[in-house]
Design a protein around this ligand. Sequence first.
Ligand code: AMP
Ligand code: MG
Length: 405
Amino acid sequence: MTGYPTRIDFAAAAEIIREVAGNRMLKAERVPITRASGRVLAEDITSSIALPSFDNSRMDGFAFAHASLSAEGATALRLVGEQFAGRLQAWQVGPGECVRITTGAPLPGGTDTVAIKEDCVEQDGFVRIPAGLSRGADVRRAGEDVPAGVRVLGEGSLLTPARVSLAAALGVASLAVAQRPTVAVFTTGDELVEPGLPLAPGQIYNSNRELLMGLLRAEGLEPTAWPTLPDDPDRMTTVLTDAAAAFDVVITCGGVSAGEKDHLPGLLAAHGRIHFWKVRMKPGMPVLFAEMDRALFLCLPGNPVSVLATFLTLGRDVLDGLQRRREPRSQCKAVLGAPWRKTHERREFLRGWLESAADGRLQVMPNAADASHQLRAAADSNALIVLPEGAREFNAGDVVDVIAC
Ligand code: AMP
Ligand code: MG
């Protein structure tokens, strides 16, 4: 009896992560809008003003009252002034008159229509306005983008540049966002050597550290890489206990399977609390999720492709749960470009190349090198193909879920 779930379905693992991480949601902090991009919003934003906040011109041209135009043909209107973008001038434009106007300039008093500069002819203080303009032509009405007093951004949304820009357009100077999780990254294994140092027989270069650091930085985080841990349970315990007291998330890779040198499950059972160990997925089966002190622990298997697949799926759930990011990560459907046969019943995350075919459909071509140590196939891919539990045979033309990466 282990006391924690093991060999669970992928969906159950994701659910446990969401619940545990959600219960440990990080506090909100207020940041200036200049630093808000990429963060998760921790409040609702309501428009305190309308957008546009006043009627204004959509084009460079001339503004006038539509009633001044002749029903038959072009009309010559007397040019009485200028209204540029900026402060509203005190023009009261009368019948038969017009004002030069630029894009974004407020409509002067007495006007309701704009004629585009290129369509008009200016001569001797008059402007010939073409026939056929409708009332309100080339005018942007107050509130037609956003009325005042409506919710425009919701708590839990990712602050994309366009969303930050919308907040700025509404005059918002600072936003409440979820604190960013602090993340410590550990690689483990007596065989690991850092790039740049000579390799002794039996040793390999540490490639997972850069993989994990890059994946975390792509999430907008500033992870801390610790020196590689040897396969020594006492050293591991000392260092990981230290990290557990200082970080929100500890991500390890390696040492989590069932081998003689895989000390992490025992260590976390003894000093922390394991939420699950082993998920029915390929690659990444031995993944373990636990907590110790203030940190959530995500212990990924050592094989590089397992690291990639488990981070992009379960790892991002940990980060999203802590920041209460509500919008699901984007996943799309694509047509499988070649048949595939699974050798097991687990959910599989296969490397592949996603592109749009000539007929406009998205197509994904699986990479034949599917073993979890085959890093090159991951480097040559731009997508993870999700093959669900149960089914084993997939034909070319079948529609599958795809995570772009
Ligand atoms: P483990 O999960 O520790 O049994 O490791 C599984 C496989 O991944 C072994 O072949 C390890 O040598 C390899 N491995 C573990 N950590 C790393 C790493 N940081 N970089 C590259 N390969 C690794
Ligand atoms: Mg190892």
